[in-house]
Design a protein around this ligand. Sequence first.
Ligand SMILES: C[S@@+](CC[C@H](N)C(=O)[O-])C[C@H]1O[C@@H](n2cnc3c(N)ncnc32)[C@H](O)[C@@H]1O
Length: 278
Amino acid sequence: MTNYARFLNRISSLRRDSPELGAAKKDLLRDPTLSTNEKDLLRRVELRLDSSDEMFVAGRAGHYLSVGLSAMRCLDASLENSDSIQGPAPSILDLPCGHGRVLRFMRARYPSANITVSDIDPTAMRFCQKTFKCQGVVSIPDFDNLELPGPFDLVWCGSLFTHLAEEDSKGLLRLLFRNLSSKGTCVITTHGQLTVDRITSGHDTYGLTQSAQKDTLSQVEETGYGYAGYEAGGDYGISIVTHPRMLELVAETGTWHEAAFIDHGWDGHQDVYALRHN
Ligand SMILES: C[S@@+](CC[C@H](N)C(=O)[O-])C[C@H]1O[C@@H](n2cnc3c(N)ncnc32)[C@H](O)[C@@H]1O
């Protein structure tokens, strides 16, 4: 594809609803397992898609939307028995926003919220900022030096811990803790026991070589936290953390606690933790 064709593709994807998402939405609206509230939410969801959204796999548009709906179930469960969200304009952080797979549902659920989006990919962040009317901050690898316009009443951090070494995960926890409002709820996702099982059984490699898989599993066995870079020595890859080790990291990084835990709750895959101030 020429640069010009790519440019035209990009412009049209910014302006139009994705036909694939449109068709998947129609199918989902016929799904009897979805509640009336979920169908109402789905009807209001923005369907513009950025052509470089790596979370969107052609032919799997239904899954893309289901992952967003599943995240909303996790957020609802995490917010139960809390007064984190009060009034029509709560402050919300989505980090990393990617190209808005979950954000499009959060925007539909909280139309007048002040939402901040952040991602290390500036193009993704800008797409979200414009399409979903948010404030945007380009992220950096060093979370201890990242400034965000907090405090936030609700934080969604979906699938970032899943790619970080333990020290970086600690930095990310510190960042989220210092930007969480006193009554706020911070919802994060990790790879846990299900990922151990999937790698062990050969069901999935998570993009790791055999020796990296083996190494990651033995780290989990020894310390509770395993990590391997996609490239040897790289600072972005696949991590797995046990529930007890995650609770230790939470306690080490702030005066907060686990308010809820959902074992492989996000999309039947990633573990979900809801964290609140003590
Ligand atoms: C698996 S994707 C998840 C994106 C989004 N949460 C979703 O569910 O579609 C991981 C995202 O993390 C972003 N990322 C990687 N390192 C980051 C960092 N240091 N700060 C913020 N975002 C980062 C990537 O650019 C990518 O968009």
